[in-house]
Design a protein around this ligand. Structure first.
Ligand code: NAP
Ligand code: GCO
Length: 262
């Protein structure tokens, strides 16, 4: 076996919401595996800083400014990339948000925003990129799922509904498109230290201890922990893998957990 099986040389990847956190680490990791990277963002300044940072590490990087929740912008951006820049060989649907409140209090506007961003948007981006992948009979789509694709938790009803939905979207797109030689899979990150959950790691927040004790590996994940699974799912090494979710969670989903102190 040669490591070239994992090489992304000559491939172009689009990572949505890629200027920070998990998206940035995946963009960086796929870039280091040889891919040309297009980072999507909705903020020009953050996008410029991100491209500068990726280029400073020797990565061939560019940007795609659009809001993933705006169907017209998504369609325009994908058409522009495919016709003037080049084919999107790999799509990573990473952009996501969370709104936390008990279900009985969650405003409908928050519910709608989370479903639109975390579920409808990955469908829209996949749809427009998929149309080109189908014509080329080649492509990889990686959807960023969550522990909440499998588990419920207080205050995250909209997020869990969307992440459960993206798991099933992954399986359904795989069912529809696998025969076009497109592999659609997901990564389910465990608790990864990023801006989405900074407050959990603040001094005195009991969730910090709970998360560490609930995770067999005994620590928070880092965004870089996700790179190996992303390279695998983006590369030829996964050409017969379809509709799977790889949980990169320090073992959390496999375990009932331990008491806080033993
Ligand atoms: P993050 O640091 O908050 O990153 C989220 C990214 O999504 C930001 O770059 C954000 O851009 C972008 N984004 C949000 N809405 C967007 C929109 N409408 N259009 C374009 N970009 C948009 O959080 P993260 O932890 O890296 O999260 C990345 C993904 O991993 C999410 O799907 C999240 O649900 C998932 N995830 C995270 C964890 C974890 O523990 N961290 C675990 C499981 C799954 P702005 O700067 O413009 O807001
Ligand atoms: C929360 C967290 C989670 C994680 C992640 C777990 O409030 O429990 O924000 O939802 O970010 O998605 O896999």
């Amino acid at each position: 076996m040669s490591l070239s099986l994992f090489s992304l040389s000559g491939k172009r990847v689009l990572v949505t919401g890629g200027t920070q956190g998990i998206g940035y680490a995946i963009a960086n990791g796929l870039g280091k595996a040889g891919a040309t990277v297009l980072v999507n963002a909705r903020n020009q300044e953050k996008l410029n800083q991100c491209i500068t940072a990726l280029r400073s590490e020797g990565i061939d990087a560019g940007g795609a400014l659009f809001d993933v929740t705006n169907a017209e912008s998504v369609k325009e951006a994908i058409t522009h990339i495919e016709t003037t820049i080049g084919p999107i060989d790999i799509l990573v649907n990473n952009a996501g948000i969370i709104r936390r409140a008990p279900a009985e209090e969650l405003p409908e506007a928050d519910w709608n925003e989370v479903i639109l961003t975390n579920l409808t948007a990955p469908f829209m981006v996949s749809k427009y990129v998929g149309q080109h992948m189908i014509k080329r009979k080649s492509g990889k789509i990686i959807n960023i799922c969550s522990l909440m694709s499998e588990l419920g938790r207080d205050t995250v009803s909209a997020y869990a509904a969307a992440k459960g939905g993206i798991k099933m979207l992954t399986r359904n797109l795989a069912t529809e498109w696998a025969h076009h030689n497109i592999q659609i899979n997901g990564i389910g990150p465990g608790y990864i230290a990023t801006p989405i959950n900074t407050s959990y790691r603040e001094e005195g927040n009991p969730l910090n201890d709970y998360i560490i004790s609930r995770t067999p590996a005994g620590r928070w994940g880092s965004p870089e922990d996700l790179v190996g699974a992303a390279v695998f799912l983006a590369s030829e090494a996964s050409d017969f893998v379809n509709g799977q979710i790889i949980y990169v969670d320090g073992g959390l989903l496999t375990s009932f957990g331990k008491p806080f102190k033993q």
